[in-house]
Design a protein around this ligand. Structure first.
Ligand SMILES: Nc1nc2c(ncn2[C@@H]2O[C@H](COP(=O)(O)OP(=O)(O)OP(=O)(O)O)[C@@H](O)[C@H]2O)c(=O)[nH]1
Length: 405
């Protein structure tokens, strides 16, 4: 019996020892697995947080749904970080309305004693209107660039009217001269600058600006953009003078001043493609008008004219050009007429811009060029100021020439 009890006791002890060994073995195995799952070095003291450990160690914040995420007020408490100031945009100017600008010409010409109208009045007021005086009248008109045929017409009419007038008071003479000059300049021509598309076409009106360099072409394009913006239109400019980067820069500066985009190409690139792109971009942007400034170097006349013709043809792939403005410098007189003829051979000119009228007391070129091309003067340049471009009004022009007294 005692032996049986002893055997049972030994068996219990052995069993206990064996199960103890199995448990500790499992624990060790589990530890080993944990160790191998952690790639970080185990040689460092566990109390010192290591690079990258902070996130693991930090108590995980409860996840929020999108609805629970606070909107900007919560972020308002965050420290304000000052953004570096954006480069200042040029201030957009508000151009003056263009109506009535031609009155300025009167103020300018009234300071000049050599104005065409004043010269003629002095001669017509002579006591004896002999042949010599009529010749002087003729010379005065020719010197003022009126041109031969219009001069002869006018002299003939003046002779006739003075004869029937009898007594010649200064008032009568002024009224007579005013009337005859007005007839010569023409009051029944369409002087509207057509910048609106004809028909129900979904594209901007297109105006092409041509002329010899130095006549004021780029300046005129810029000034015209201002006139259009003042009329509430949105304008895109095309720098189709790709030969001089400075010309494109100059145009872009004009555009920026009134918030008009300038489309330009690489220097020496194809002007026709710049013009085409500008019309395309203008159409996409829903602009009202595209103004195309072209090159005008005379020394490569044939090349220039070919190029101009191409610009017009390429633009016309998207629709007709609504206005072709020829820019002429009023101070160059007959030279302007020669230029007008050359340009008219290549593009159908629909309007003339006479610049620098402030720089001459003559003004007869208005008559001559209209006769030469059969196209009206539509705009005149009255100075270098941004708003010194005026719609041409025959009455105001003749009033400026004849003066008040
Ligand atoms: N007094 C006066 N000067 C003008 C007028 N229009 C233009 N100008 C000046 O004429 C000069 C030539 O003008 P531009 O516009 O550069 O002439 P352009 O024909 O485009 O010639 P490029 O710029 O060389 O292509 C500039 O100094 C203008 O300020 C005007 O009506 N009166």
């Amino acid at each position: 019996m005692e032996i049986v009890i002893l055997v049972v006791v030994i068996a219990v002890i052995v069993l206990g020892a064996v199960s103890g060994l199995v448990i500790s073995g499992r624990k060790k195995k589990a530890l080993k697995t944990e160790e191998s799952a952690t790639p970080t070095s185990t040689t460092t003291a566990p109390t010192e947080p290591q690079l990258g450990e902070e996130a693991e160690g930090a108590p995980e914040a409860p996840r929020r749904t999108i609805e629970e995420v606070g909107l900007p007020e919560a972020e308002a408490e965050a420290p304000v970080i000052e953004e570096p100031a954006a480069p200042a945009e040029p201030e957009i100017e508000t151009p003056e309305p263009s109506a009535g600008r031609l009155v300025r010409l009167r103020a300018r010409l009234s300071r000049s004693q050599n104005s065409l109208g004043k010269g003629l009045l002095t001669l017509l007021s002579r006591e004896h209107l002999d042949e010599d005086t009529w010749e002087e009248i003729e010379d005065t008109l020719l010197t003022a660039d009126v041109g031969v045929a219009p001069t002869q017409d006018l002299v003939e009419r003046l002779r006739e009217r003075v004869r029937v007038l009898g007594t010649r008071t200064p008032q009568d003479l002024r009224a007579l001269l005013r009337e005859e000059l007005l007839t010569l300049v023409g009051t029944d021509m369409d002087r509207t600058v057509h910048t609106e598309t004809r028909g129900a076409v979904d594209r901007p009106g297109v105006a092409l600006v041509v002329g010899v360099n130095g006549t004021g072409k780029t300046t005129t394009t810029g000034k015209l953009a201002r006139v259009l913006v003042a009329d509430g239109k949105s304008v895109v400019l095309a720098a189709a003078d790709t030969f001089r980067a400075a010309a494109a820069d100059q145009l872009e500066t004009w555009g920026k001043r009134v918030g008009a985009r300038t489309v330009r190409g690489p220097e020496g690139g194809d002007p026709a493609s710049v013009a085409f792109d500008a019309v395309k971009q203008g159409t996409e942007a829903g602009a009202d008008v595209v103004l195309i400034d072209t090159a005008g170097r005379l020394h490569t006349k044939t090349g220039l004219m070919d190029e101009l013709g191409k610009v017009k043809r390429v633009v016309e792939k998207q629709g007709p050009v609504d206005e072709v403005l020829l820019v002429l410098d009023a101070t160059t007189g007959q030279n302007g007429l020669v230029q007008a003829r050359v340009f008219a051979e290549v593009v159908d000119i629909t309007g003339i811009v006479l610049t620098k009228l402030d720089g001459t007391a003559k003004g007869g070129i208005v008559v001559a060029v209209q006769r030469e091309l059969g196209v009206p003067v539509k705009l005149v340049g009255l100075g270098e100021g941004a708003d010194d471009l005026a719609p041409f009004e025959p009455e105001a022009f003749v009033d400026a020439l004849v003066g008040d007294e």
